[in-house]
Design a binder for this molecule. Structure first.
Ligand SMILES: NC(=O)c1ccc[n+]([C@@H]2O[C@H](COP(=O)([O-])OP(=O)(O)OC[C@H]3O[C@@H](n4cnc5c(N)ncnc54)[C@H](OP(=O)(O)O)[C@@H]3O)[C@@H](O)[C@H]2O)c1
Length: 299
C-alpha cells in the first residue's frame, strides 16, 4: 500500500475547514492549526490531530498547506517567530492555497529555498460550494516534480487541477479569475437593480438571464442570495478587495489597463469602509442601491 503523505493544514476558515474535511475523507492524515480555537474541535471530530503552533505542525508534516487570509498572514505562519520555517525538513513541501500576489509567491519561494524546501502557489476558485463538494479548480505554480507530488492531495479537494507554470503563475491565473469575478458581481448588481426599479419580476429575470448569454457562476450561486438579501459570506467582500488590489498593482507593473477592476475596487473599498467587509461579495448591490435610491425587496 502507498504511504499517504502527512498533511499539515493551517487556516480553518470558510474554505480551509471544508478542504481539511475532504482531505480526511480521502484518507490523508491531517494535523491542523488554527489561530482561534473555534473550528479546531470540528476538525478533531472528523479525525484530524492538532498542533499548538505552525512550528509544531511542521515537525510532523510532509506537506504544509496554508489557507489563511493575506500575504502578511502567510508570512507570519510560514516565516514568523512561531512559523513552520523553523521546523521544516528539507523533504517537506509548502503549498500556499490562499490568494496572494505572484510577487509574494516568488519572495516566499526564495526564503524557503534557504532550507531547500520548495513552494507551490495553488490558489483556488469555485467558492465555498466548491470547497464543500471537493470540486475546486486549483491553479498551481511551481516545479513539475512538486506539482506531481502534490497532485493526489489536490485531487482530494478539487476536480480541475492545472499546472500553470513557474512559482507565481498560480497566483497570476487567480488574479485574472478575480477580474471576472468582480465584474460579474458588478454587472449582476446593476442588472437586478435596474430590473427591480423597472418593476420586473426578479425570479423571472434570473431565470432568463441564467439560461442565455448572460449566464455565469455568480448568477447561479450568488445572485439568489443577493435577491433574498442574504449577505452572509461564502467569500468575504474584504478578501475580494485585497485580490483587486493585487490585481491592479500587478497590472500596473505589466502596463495593462484594468478599467473595470479599478471601478469594482473603488466600490468594494466603499463597502469595507461601511463596515461590511465580512459580508459576502454579493453585498456590493447595497452600494449601488444607495446611489439609485432604490432597494431590492427580498424575493
Ligand atoms: N471564501 C471563498 O469563496 C474563497 C474562494 C477562493 C479563494 N479564497 C481565498 O482563500 C483564503 C481563505 O479564505 P476564507 O474564505 O477561508 O477566509 P476566512 O474564512 O476569513 O478564514 C481565514 C483563515 O485564516 C486564518 N488567519 C488569518 N490571518 C491569520 C494569521 N495572521 N495567523 C494565523 N491564521 C490566520 C483565520 O484564523 P482565525 O479563525 O483565527 O481568524 C482563518 O482560519 C483567502 O486568501 C481568500 O481570498 C476564498
Amino acid at each position: 500500500m502507498v504511504k499517504m503523505e502527512q498533511i499539515g493544514f493551517i487556516g480553518l476558515g470558510l474554505m480551509g475547514r471544508q478542504m481539511t474535511r475532504n482531505l480526511l475523507r480521502h484518507g490523508f492524515p491531517v494535523i491542523v492549526y488554527n489561530r482561534s480555537p473555534g473550528p479546531v474541535e470540528e476538525a478533531v471530530k472528523q479525525g484530524a490531530s492538532v498542533a499548538s503552533s505552525p512550528k509544531e505542525l511542521a515537525k510532523n508534516s510532509d506537506i504544509v498547506i496554508a489557507m489563511v487570509t493575506d500575504a502578511p498572514d502567510v508570512e507570519q505562519v510560514i516565516l514568523g517567530v512561531k512559523g513552520v520555517f523553523h521546523e521544516l525538513r528539507s523533504s517537506s513541501l509548502v503549498v500556499d492555497m490562499s490568494t496572494n500576489s505572484p510577487q509574494f509567491a516568488q519572495h516566499l519561494a526564495k526564503e524557503l529555498a534557504q532550507k531547500s524546501v520548495e513552494l507551490l502557489d495553488a490558489p483556488v476558485t469555485g467558492g465555498q460550494k466548491g470547497a464543500i463538494e471537493g470540486t475546486l479548480t486549483i491553479m498551481v505554480g511551481g516545479s513539475e516534480a512538486a506539482y506531481q507530488r502534490c497532485l493526489p492531495v489536490f485531487q482530494a479537494m478539487g476536480s480541475l487541477i492545472v499546472h500553470m507554470g513557474a512559482v507565481g503563475s498560480g497566483q497570476m491565473a487567480k488574479l485574472c479569475n478575480q477580474a471576472i469575478v468582480a465584474m460579474d458581481m458588478l454587472a449582476a448588481s446593476e442588472a437586478f437593480l435596474l430590473g427591480s426599479k423597472a418593476g420586473l419580476d426578479l425570479k423571472k429575470l434570473r431565470q432568463v438571464l441564467s439560461s442565455g448569454a448572460a449566464s455565469s457562476w455568480t448568477l447561479e450561486n450568488l445572485v439568489p442570495r443577493m435577491l433574498k438579501r442574504d449577505f452572509e459570506p461564502g467569500f468575504r467582500a474584504a478578501h475580494l478587495l485585497k485580490d483587486l488590489r493585487y490585481l491592479i498593482d500587478t497590472a500596473e507593473q505589466l502596463q495593462v489597463p484594468m478599467i473595470g477592476s479599478a471601478l469594482a475596487y473603488q466600490l468594494y473599498n466603499t463597502i469595507v469602509a461601511h463596515g461590511l467587509g465580512d459580508k459576502g461579495t454579493q453585498v456590493l448591490v447595497t452600494a449601488l442601491e444607495e446611489m439609485a435610491k432604490h432597494r431590492i425587496e427580498p424575493t
